[in-house]
Write a protein that binds this ligand. Structure first.
Ligand code: APR
Length: 244
């Protein structure tokens, strides 16, 4: 891997990840030709309006995804592991902000982690906002353990039209960061797609894209490396750690 600009020791690193980092673990991405949004319409399964209109359909979609991840016994891959090792070994703060609702980052050992689009292994009550871990199917019959009401339990994921989680914390981490790395995301969905532009506008750090192919925002990054995540992420992380 050539032309890597390594951050200074102690630099604060923020890493944004998307579906591409989990693709080689066996999960489909959203916008690749065989991706999820080529088979299902966003407005049928991933909006608050869809849940209000046809909650059973929305539950069926997320039950299928949750079941698939469990039955196939999918595992974090070398890219997730490399990011966990970076957090452990880098002499400075490393924050991973993921758009992914899977649990591969935490299973790989990453601890400083924000799930900005929520997690599909959790349920949230629409009536009282109580959140619980969830492993099996979810249905309208499920009763919230906190408020006792039925019908309002939903996947704890951020749907289109909803506000991503922990945006204040993410924004201040971006403002403070010296090195921003975007991995496996197509750059189609805001606010995450706007992070690189924000970093550039504020002139506050080096920006790197690691992806299979140039994303929508590719021209905004100062540095880019293209290839499968399980190859380029471990190589890139090794280069950063060599400089320590
Ligand atoms: N290695 C690296 N990158 C990959 C790989 C791989 N093995 N496979 C695919 N990619 C890249 C694709 O080229 C694409 O640029 O990952 C990106 C995946 O893009 P999307 O499918 O759009 O996923 P993402 O950017 O995470 O989507 C953002 O959209 O639907 C919503 O909420 C959903 O969080 C998701 C958000």
């Amino acid at each position: 891997m050539n032309n890597i600009k390594t951050p200074q020791t102690g630099a604060r690193i923020v890493i944004l990840t998307g579906a591409g980092i989990s693709q080689e673990s066996g999960l489909e991405t959203f916008r690749d030709p065989d991706g999820i949004w080529a088979k299902v319409r966003i407005e049928d399964v991933a909006t608050p309006e869809a849940f209000a209109r046809d909650p059973e359909r929305v539950h069926a979609f997320y039950n299928m995804r949750r079941k698939r991840a469990a039955t196939l016994d999918l595992k974090p891959n070398a890219a997730h592991m490399a990011l966990a090792a970076l957090e452990q070994k880098w002499p400075g703060e490393v924050l991973v902000v993921t758009q992914n609702v899977d649990s591969f980052h935490e299973r790989a050992g990453t601890t400083n982690l924000i799930h900005m689009h929520g997690r599909h292994a959790e349920a949230r009550c629409n009536d009282c906002a109580h959140v619980v871990e969830w492993s099996g199917d979810m249905s309208l019959a499920d009763v919230c353990q906190a408020c006792g009401r039925a019908g309002g339990m939903r996947p704890n994921v951020v749907w289109f039209g909803e506000t991503p989680r922990e945006m204040d914390q993410i924004q201040s981490a971006l403002l403070d960061c010296d090195h921003f790395i975007s991995i496996g995301t197509s750059g189609n969905v805001y606010p995450a797609a706007g992070f690189v532009g924000l970093m550039r506008k504020l002139g506050c750090g080096h920006t790197v894209e690691l992806n299979l192919e140039p994303s929508q925002g590719a021209s905004l990054f100062a540095e880019a490396h293209y290839g499968p995540a399980t190859e380029i992420v471990p190589r890139y992380v090794a280069a950063l750690l060599e400089a320590v």
